[in-house]
Design a protein around this ligand. Structure first.
Ligand code: ADP
Ligand code: ZN
Ligand code: ZN
Length: 717
């Protein structure tokens, strides 16, 4: 008997095919089944979206039955993806305005897409054999119960309070805990309680960056053992990812730890989702379906009846706005939020948050990079054998190389941006398109030999610090050969120093082992790491974000500085003397005032008041339409035509469409980029509008437009 199936496949982005395609099968395949189907001349992976039951009677109306092709193979070793997973993919596609096939298929591990049905079957068999071997070994040596290391940490009162609420209430929860308040311990114990209570339950723990997975993985493995935990992130090889995915899908893995892509992991018994550092912009995917893993986590939890815990010392203003204090201490009576706020203001072991010290750079000698009072403080820390972290959010040696005679600058020939000078390999490198060349010996325009770096990045800062600290000695290494102690050890951690696999781990281990006195780096070192001996953190030049045109810049700066400060004094022994130094030309700025008091709620209140006034998120919903073309005119003309076509759409009266403008970096790799902001006080109205608009956007597009995309809830404008 022939069955008619609706199958979702990965269709080319602009083929116009958005929904499922019809195939026939001799088998009554259930929805969620993974199949191989012919598509044009190729064969590709598909997911049965509507099973044989729903379409038993024949092909959809108007469809020529003779032309419906047959399913080529079934990945029958893999259980069908469940309804919850399919609904998540469907929602993400709809909400983020992408084709269902694109979202559903890219949510599956690449190896699954690339392997034939037989290859998958072989892989599954090998996995099953391995699992039996592990299980046999386990029954030989130890009881089969979940391996939970009895670390017996005496949890703090605040941790206990948060855990009690997570246990008793439905959530969603916003765990608002100071840096070092022990949020990770709360995640660990919440997972532990869940696994103990429910013998099949699964937990998903999301972290913002791959860099942070090894340390969290280590803590989870120490607690739960390696058998029931898998990771999922883009740093893994395709076979590793496939194995993790299969273990999660089969329910074998009880804990999945991963970056944003893990939000789409198939977890049939998912009961708890943790989103660590929920404010982090890395949770937003920046290409393809531009989803927010944090927002999808909240949706998925509701969908599956799971609990979700969003944790941060500096929550996103969206989450903060949606949260409310526990009943009873709702001071201003505004219980507008739906999330339950769990507050952990104290650091573990009565540790203090670092004292914030501002250096007024307008009172320093001109062109000062590292002010004398900061250098004094750094010198004292080193002399005491403590560690210092110096933080500058720009990598490379200098952002521009310039000729002093003719004004030549290291402009990228393909982008509207300067190429960055990297002294280490003597290159000029474009951070937008990757174009790199050796540094010219002389000015390419006038031949002048005097070409010089302008501004500074971490490489140059490292060099400068080495000069300034040349006379400083550290203790603890006084030998007859070096009676005055040894020279200061400086290390740099940024995207360049950690390019090689394993480099970051090695460098972090050196910091933890006390083999580094001064650590220089970008935001990479400001986040998450539990450095025990750092007692002074310095931000060299954070002013840029104060007056940015991006309305989220202050929010990001505040959280970055709070995070950076959170690296200092994590060891209670030193916490009383720990300091966060900030060099600024605007020491009176309100942002720094709130930072001095570690007062996130005050900062959030002032920002939210501004956003309310200006009608910006979270008080409105936004989307961006971006267009790439060979010329800026073509890109903007497309957007303008689309805007005109939108005037008649349903809901247009509730939506403001702003004029098309060039993007901040207007040209990248010889492609001109423009964007248009769309805004509405109502999220629903915006959604309805965008969905209706898709067809118009397809219609007005012509060949001059290389691509266009909608970014819903964009993070950078
Ligand atoms: P956060 O994630 O809030 O910054 P962590 O969970 O990393 O904080 O905790 C900071 C440090 O305190 C870690 O080294 C952790 O092992 C330790 N810690 C957490 N909870 C406790 C506790 N109840 N007792 C002792 N140490 C704890
Ligand atoms: Zn010149
Ligand atoms: Zn470039």
């Amino acid at each position: 008997m022939t069955h008619w199936l609706q199958v979702v496949v990965q269709t080319p982005a602009y083929s116009g095919v958005g929904g499922p395609l019809t195939y026939r099968s001799e088998l009554p395949l259930a929805a969620g089944t993974l199949v191989r189907v012919p598509l044009g001349a190729r064969e590709t992976l598909g997911v049965v979206w509507q099973g044989a039951d729903a379409l038993a009677d024949g092909p959809p109306e108007g469809m020529d039955a003779a032309r419906v092709r047959e399913v080529a193979g079934v990945l029958d070793g893999i259980a069908p993806l469940n309804a919850g997973w399919r609904q998540l993919a469907g929602f993400a596609a709809h909400y983020y305005q992408r084709a269902l096939g694109e979202v559903a298929l890219s949510a599956l591990p690449p190896a699954l897409r690339d392997l034939s049905a037989t290859q998958v079957a072989r892989r599954l068999k090998r996995l099953a054999d391995g699992a039996t071997a592990v299980a046999a070994a386990a029954t030989d040596s130890a009881p089969a119960a979940p391996q939970v290391a009895s670390e017996n940490i005496a949890i703090s009162q605040e941790q206990a309070g948060a855990l009690a609420e997570i246990g008793a209430q439905d959530g969603p929860f916003l765990l608002f805990g100071a840096t070092g308040s022990g949020k990770t311990e709360v995640y660990l114990q919440a997972v532990q309680a869940l696994l103990a209570r429910d013998p099949t339950a699964q937990a998903l723990v999301l972290v913002p960056e791959i860099n942070l997975t090894p340390q969290l993985e280590a803590r989870f493995i120490a607690r739960f053992g390696p058998e029931r935990l898998v990771s999922l992130h883009s740093g893994m090889t395709p076979p590793q990812r496939l194995n993790s995915w299969l273990a999660a899908h089969a329910g074998q893995a009880r804990i999945v730890l991963g970056t944003r892509m893990a939000i789409f992991a198939s977890m049939p018994t998912l009961k708890l989702i943790v989103v660590d550092e929920e404010h982090d912009p890395s949770y937003k995917q920046q290409e393809g379906a531009r989803y927010s893993a944090r927002d999808l986590a909240v949706y998925r939890a509701r969908l599956e009846g799971a609990k979700v815990v969003l944790g941060s010392a500096t929550p996103s203003l969206e989450s903060w706005h949606r949260s409310r204090p526990a009943e009873g201490d709702d001071a201003d009576g505004s219980s507008r939020g739906k999330y339950r706020r769990l507050h952990m203001p104290s650091r573990i072991g009565d540790g203090q948050l670092p004292r914030v010290r501002l250096v007024d750079m307008t009172r320093q000698p001109p062109r000062t990079v590292l002010s004398p009072p900061l250098m004094d403080a750094i010198g004292q820390r080193i002399a005491r054998g403590e560690q210092v972290m110096v933080f500058l959010n720009r990598r490379g040696y200098a952002p521009v190389l310039a000729c002093n005679a003719c004004g030549w600058k290291s402009q990228c020939p393909h982008c509207s941006a300067f190429r960055v000078f990297h002294k280490i390999d003597r290159t000029l490198r474009c951070h937008h398109c990757g174009f790199a060349q050796r540094v010219p010996r002389a000015c390419p325009d006038c031949g002048n030999l005097d070409i010089a770096p302008v501004g500074r990045g971490t490489e140059r800062l490292e060099e400068h610090l080495a000069e300034l600290l040349a006379g400083v000695r550290r203790p603890g290494s006084v030998t007859p050969a070096t009676p005055e102690g040894a020279p200061v050890r400086i290390a740099r951690i940024d995207a360049d120093s950690t390019r090689l696999k394993g480099a970051l781990e090695t460098q972090l281990a050196q910091v933890h082992a006390g083999e580094v006195d001064v650590l220089v780096g970008t935001q990479m070192i400001a986040k998450g790491h539990d450095f025990r001996r750092v007692t002074l953190v310095a931000a060299i030049n954070p002013d840029g974000a104060l007056f940015s045109s991006d309305f989220r810049a202050p929010e990001r700066l505040f959280s970055l500085l709070m995070q950076a400060a959170g690296r200092a004094g994590r060891d209670a022994v030193h916490s009383e003397t720990s300091e966060m130094w900030i060099q600024t030309e605007h020491p009176g700025h309100a942002l720094f005032g709130a930072l001095k008091k570690h007062d996130y709620p005050a900062f959030a209140a002032s920002q939210l008041a501004e956003r309310l006034q200006a009608g910006m998120p979270p008080f409105s919903s936004q989307a961006l339409v971006r267009a790439d073309a060979r010329t800026q005119e073509a890109a903007q003309a497309f957007l303008t035509a689309a805007a005109r076509a939108a005037e008649a759409l349903p809901g247009a009266d509730q939506v403001t469409v702003y004029p098309a403008v060039p993007m901040a970096v207007q040209r990248v790799a010889n492609v001109e980029r423009a964007q248009m902001l769309v805004e509405s006080p109502s999220r629903k109205a915006l959604q309805r509008f965008l969905t209706a608009w898709q067809a118009e956007l397809h219609a007005v597009r012509d060949k001059s437009v290389l691509r266009w995309a909608i970014d819903v809830d964009p993070l950078a404008i």
